[in-house]
Design a protein around this ligand. Structure first.
Ligand SMILES: NC(=O)c1ccc[n+]([C@@H]2O[C@H](COP(=O)([O-])OP(=O)(O)OC[C@H]3O[C@@H](n4cnc5c(N)ncnc54)[C@H](O)[C@@H]3O)[C@@H](O)[C@H]2O)c1
Length: 279
């Protein structure tokens, strides 16, 4: 199913540069490969290290190197860096390096994220709440703060795409920090849409549904959540019987949002969830 949906549009982003956070694997890697196949050079960064709250395995420097290999196999340049989205200085240094080496920045995809659970909100450890909000909301803001000035300086307009979640507009029990942070990401996106419009830069968000990545497929959190909250998990909310969708489904949506086909879309929170959020 996803192969037919996601045919690349060759040359769509020829001569352009895309920056992607959380690019070592999963959706971040899919974005990198998709944009490279459509002509863009890529700045791919990721923390590539464990955090305290997730049960799923951490990404590695080897994962990030594999993303670079796949981009280069498309004939595009890939600048990689191991940077934490919470580290504003590290982000600013990468933005300066990207501007010096690649000259411009057209699309910024704020994709990084983590997944952690606790049966009830009040049982979540304080440090786990802090980490979820710091990484996914604070980190999203810091990535935009670091890279948007390069986009404005380049003067070519552009597109900022933030990865929220179906949990950006609905709730899932056992995932309070995630749900709250992803709601917050939509507030960040809508504020940016106001502020960037005069620069010809658009800001939108994608709200993915169930995507097959290591975040969801490893660590047992889906099974544990279903055991805790059978009422929530007893319904398959996917209207298209899509099941776990491949990350490239989200890369196709990002490519559309960054393209001239979406020239007049800004401030949009786009569900790509096979209808999950209509419930
Ligand atoms: N998988 C799903 O079902 C699903 C659904 C909705 C939204 N999302 C969101 O999609 C995005 C991509 O997730 P994925 O499914 O590809 O999972 P993933 O775990 O494969 O990828 C997430 C990447 O983000 C990186 N990352 C985490 N914290 C970071 C930090 N502080 N700084 C830099 N990089 C960091 C990780 O190392 C990892 O490589 C996330 O924002 C996630 O919340 C996922």
């Amino acid at each position: 199913m996803s192969a037919a949906l996601t045919a690349a549009v060759p040359g769509r982003f020829a001569g352009q540069v895309v920056v992607i956070s959380g690019a070592a694997r999963g959706q971040g890697r899919a974005h990198a490969v998709r944009f490279a196949a459509e002509g863009a050079d890529v700045v791919a960064f990721d923390i590539c290290a464990p955090l305290r709250s997730p049960l799923h395995p951490a990404s590695t420097p080897e994962d990030l190197a594999e993303t670079a290999r796949l981009v280069e196999a498309q004939g595009r340049r890939c600048l990689t860096a191991q940077v934490d989205a919470r580290d504003l200085q590290g982000l600013a240094a990468l933005a300066a390096r990207a501007e010096a080496e690649l000259g411009r920045l057209d699309t910024l995809i704020v994709n990084h994220g983590i997944w952690a659970i606790a049966k009830n909100s009040w049982e979540l450890e304080e440090d786990d709440w802090d980490e979820g909000i710091d990484v996914m909301l604070g980190g999203a803001w810091k990535v935009t703060k670091a890279f948007i000035p390069s986009m404005i300086r380049a003067g070519n307009g552009g597109s900022v795409i933030l990865t929220s979640s179906a949990m950006g507009q609905k709730a899932q029990p056992a995932a309070v920090a995630y749900t709250a942070a992803k709601h917050g990401v939509l507030g960040l996106m809508r504020t940016l849409a106001w502020e960037l419009g005069d620069h010809g830069i658009r800001a939108n968000a994608i709200m993915p549904g169930t995507i097959a990545s290591r975040m969801t497929q490893e660590g047992g959190t889906v099974e544990q959540s279903a055991e805790w909250w059978p009422r929530f998990f007893s319904t398959d909310r996917s209207l298209l019987q899509a099941g776990w969708m491949e990350p490239d489904v989200i890369a196709a949506a990002a490519s559309f949002l960054a393209s001239s086909d979406a020239a007049f879309l800004t401030g949009v929170a786009l569900p790509v969830d096979a209808g999950w959020s209509t419930f």
